[in-house]
Write a protein that binds this ligand. Structure first.
Ligand code: AMP
Ligand code: FES
Ligand code: ZN
Length: 304
């Protein structure tokens, strides 16, 4: 079936499955940017004098995030941050794409090179108990460094590129295993609960992976197309996303309904039943932690 752009009547370049409408390239870019803007405003993610550090991996989602934020909030203090993880055949190209993107989006970029700064590569975890499941320690290292650099450089918000598909897949797993603590952390805004913990925001909370892909393509953004050779988005996550996409063909709007029910109905209830322990400071690095030694320092010890 041939679709027309729902806004200008021109030939559609993309079809939005869950709403059964089409958009031409230009109208789609506007639609995407409006959605990012309305998400930021709806959840009061950013205040006018915030300084926002955008965590950029080099993939389509975070490239779209940086570019859209820049476009939608031209006066906002935004900078980009990238961690070179030292993964052969992947990290060099990712860093290159991020540098190109930062230039294209006229944004300052800070690069943290694991090998230069800490003398390690994320691949070193292959020789630890993690063996081939490197995504777990990789996630810990990334979360820690993104927060630490944001804190040390005086940023007031960290923006990550978690999409609607990411959140729905994580929610699905959370409910499957009854992981209430994990579910409660799936929010569009994670406020700061410690002076050294910078608040996290997810402006792509309501946009899908596919929408990010089309936005990146239509805006000619530089981004890396190959997945991380170590698993990146783990096979399990990918399989979950495929299953959820299939469900969405049977139950129209499934992903959006699931996310909305979670955000509006379940989250407020669950939050009252979970007691978050106050954070203390890690004995080794002084950064916030729920235990005496933080998750990052524990992982670093494994490499020594
Ligand atoms: P992930 O743990 O790979 O799902 O990534 C979660 C978020 O962290 C992404 O949405 C990005 O915003 C950010 N991110 C991922 N990889 C990097 C990286 N190498 N450098 C900076 N930020 C990253
Ligand atoms: Fe972390 Fe690939 S990006 S394991
Ligand atoms: Zn520590």
């Amino acid at each position: 079936m041939l679709y027309k752009c729902v806004k200008c009547g021109g030939e559609a370049a993309v079809r939005i499955d869950y709403a059964t409408v089409g958009f031409c390239k230009e109208c789609f870019k506007e639609f995407f940017e409006r959605k990012v803007r309305s998400t930021v405003l709806k959840y009061a993610m950013i205040k006018p004098n915030d300084r926002v550090l955008v965590a950029v991996s080099g993939g389509k989602d975070s490239s779209s995030l940086l570019f859209a934020l820049r476009k939608v909030f031209p006066d906002l203090k935004i900078e980009a941050f990238h961690i070179n993880l030292g993964i052969k055949g992947y990290s060099k190209e990712s860093e290159h794409k991020v540098s190109e993107l930062a230039e294209y989006a006229k944004t300052n970029l800070t690069i943290f090179d694991l090998e230069k700064e800490l003398g390690i590569s994320i691949e070193d975890f292959k020789n630890t108990v993690y063996r081939r499941k490197i995504c777990a320690p990789c996630g810990v290292v990334k979360r820690y460094l993104i927060n630490k650099v944001a804190y040390e450089k005086g940023f007031t918000k960290v923006a990550t590129a978690h999409t609607l598909d990411d959140t729905v897949a994580l929610l699905f797993n959370g409910y499957l295993h009854g992981d209430v603590n994990g579910i409660v952390r799936l929010k569009p805004v994670l406020p700061s609960t410690h002076t050294k913990l910078v608040a996290k925001i997810k402006p792509l909370w309501e946009v899908t992976d596919k929408e990010c892909l089309f936005y990146a393509l239509f805006c000619d953004l530089p981004y890396i197309t190959e997945p991380c050779p170590l698993g990146g988005e783990t096979t399990k996550m990918r399989e979950r996303k495929e299953l959820i996409s299939e469900l969405s063909t049977k139950i129209r709007g499934f992903k959006h309904i699931f996310l909305k029910s979670h955000t509006k109905r379940m989250l407020p209830l669950l939050e009252t039943s979970v007691n978050m322990l106050p954070l203390i400071e890690c004995e080794l690095c002084g950064m916030p932690s729920s235990e005496r030694i933080c998750a990052f320092c524990k992982r670093m010890r494994l490499l020594k």
